[in-house]
Design a protein around this ligand. Structure first.
Ligand SMILES: [Zn+2]
Length: 285
């Protein structure tokens, strides 16, 4: 990846809802999920961060130092690798008390774990990050809290969501982003918040009618007045992330009708739908 000039905000898509943000001074990463274990391992095995995959993922993304790993909920396809990413990069793992217990169970030092207070901003360089309470899309395969330090390796269902958040990322340049890691919402939760860019999970929207999808778009991207939407969480995370991400198999989650709903909703409002290329940093404008 090219190194970015100072204060020019760039973003890179690293799969599922892992997004790297870099302004030339400070790097933040959501989730940092690189292990992407195969489906049979998720269903039958126990999961732990794959150190090789994490190392290669960080190298491929050009990450050397990182201020924070921001975790929107603690399901394995979001939070599994967060403590390993933090261990390698010196970053702080930021998230719910469940995410904290996951990181603790992995042996990450307390000094690198931060439990968020919803609505209370955290400052990292020129970034200001605020977590707002949200909801997980249904079905939720592992609802509830991780109430004690998680023992690794652990079954996928042990990675309970621990509460879901919408992440507001404000930058000194004036660019604000909303990152929504699951396609659930709390009505009105984001009213009064402005972000011109919305990166939103579209996973599992195929299981919901158009009316739900439209409500979701309205309560996330719509609520913050986004001018551009970048879909997240559409790639098949049981396989490695390719340059052109491969979508989920249709029998699991068919994104075609979801994108129809999104294009229609966005078209009615003059909102652009864009795609972040995988493994490349692009300017956010
Ligand atoms: Zn989830």
């Amino acid at each position: 990846m090219q190194s970015s000039s100072r204060k020019e905000l760039r973003a890179g898509f690293l799969g599922v809802t892992s997004v790297l943000l870099d302004d030339g001074d400070t790097r933040l990463l959501t989730d940092g999920f690189f292990s992407r274990p195969a489906l049979h391992r998720v269903l039958l095995g126990r999961l732990a961060p794959d150190a090789t995959q994490v190392e290669q993922g960080l190298a491929r993304a050009g990450v050397t130092d990182l201020k924070a790993v921001l975790v929107g909920h603690s399901h394995y396809d979001h939070a599994l690798d967060a403590p390993e990413v933090a261990r390698r990069s010196g970053a702080l793992v930021v998230g719910s008390s469940s995410t904290a217990n996951l990181a603790r169970g992995y042996g990450l030092p307390e000094a690198q774990i931060r439990v968020v207070m919803p609505g209370e901003p955290l400052v990292f360089g020129a970034f200001r990050v605020t977590f707002y309470p949200s909801r997980h899309v249904l079905p939720n395969a592992a609802a509830g809290e991780i109430t004690a330090p998680l023992k690794f390796p652990a079954r996928a269902r042990a990675f309970r969501d621990g509460g879901c958040f919408s992440l507001l990322i404000e930058h000194e340049s004036g660019k604000n982003l909303l990152i929504q890691e699951s396609a659930g919402f709390v009505r009105g939760a984001l009213s009064g918040i402005r972000a011109e860019i919305a990166m939103i999970s579209i996973a599992m929207l195929s299981r919901h009618p158009d009316s739900y999808r439209r409500a979701y778009f309205s309560e996330t991207a719509g609520a913050v007045g986004a001018k551009v939407i970048y879909p997240l969480h559409y790639d098949d995370f049981f396989r490695p992330l390719e340059l052109l991400p491969r979508p989920m198999p249709r029998w699991m989650d068919d994104i075609r009708p979801v994108l129809d709903s999104l294009e229609r909703w966005a078209g009615e409002r003059g909102v652009r739908v864009g795609w972040l290329p995988a493994w490349q940093m692009v300017p956010l404008d």
